[in-house]
Design a protein around this ligand. Structure first.
Ligand code: NI
Length: 166
C-alpha cells in the first residue's frame, strides 16, 4: 500500500468524466488499497479515483464503520433531503452547505466484479452522492447553496456544541 498524492481543485483531471472499470485485477486492487490508505491518512470519509489522478469509476468511503469499496457505482434510489455542511479533500480549507438526499442507495461492483448494493442515511448518503459526483467531474462547490471558510465552519461547529445538537 502507498499514500497517493491528492489532486487539488484547479487540476483539470477533477473536471473529467471517469471511465468504467472492466478489469478486476491486481492493478485495481492496488489502487483500492492505496486509496483507502490515502483517505485514512487525510482523515477523509471518501475518496474517488480522479482525486488521485486516475480517471476510473472507483470510490472508497469510510464513515467510521469500515471501508466500503465501490466500482462503477450508480445511485439507484434517493429519498428526503438533508441540507448540511460538506467538504472535500481536493478543496482543502473550504466547506459548503449542500442539499443531499437523506437516504440513498447505490449499486456497484466489489473488487472482484460482483454486484453489490449499498444503502446509506445521513453522512453515508451524502458521501455516496459526493463521491459519485467526482466520477462525473462535479465538485460540491458546483451545487453548494453557499460556501463557508474554515472560520465560519468552526463557528458553526462551536454553536452546535453549545446547543448540544449533533
Ligand atoms: Ni470530494
Amino acid at each position: 500500500m502507498a499514500i497517493r498524492n491528492i489532486v487539488k481543485e484547479g487540476d483539470e483531471v477533477l473536471r473529467k468524466i471517469s471511465k468504467p472499470v472492466t478489469k478486476f485485477d491486481e492493478r485495481l486492487w492496488q489502487l483500492l488499497d492505496d486509496m483507502a490508505e490515502t483517505m485514512a491518512e487525510a482523515n477523509g470519509v471518501g475518496l474517488a479515483a480522479p482525486q488521485v489522478g486516475i480517471l476510473r469509476r472507483v470510490v472508497v468511503i469510510d464513515v467510521g464503520e469500515g471501508v466500503i469499496e465501490l466500482i462503477n457505482p450508480q445511485i439507484i434510489s434517493a429519498a428526503g433531503e438533508d441540507v448540511g455542511p460538506e467538504g472535500c479533500l481536493s478543496v482543502p480549507g473550504e466547506w459548503g452547505i449542500v442539499a443531499r438526499p437523506e437516504k440513498a442507495a447505490a449499486k456497484a461492483q466489489d473488487r472482484n466484479g460482483k454486484e453489490i448494493v449499498v444503502e446509506g442515511e445521513g453522512l453515508l448518503a451524502r458521501a455516496l452522492c459526493h463521491e459519485i459526483d467526482h466520477l462525473e467531474g462535479r465538485l460540491f462547490r458546483d451545487i453548494a447553496q453557499r460556501m463557508m471558510s474554515a472560520e465560519e465552519m468552526q463557528e458553526m461547529e462551536q454553536a452546535e456544541q453549545e446547543t448540544g445538537e449533533e
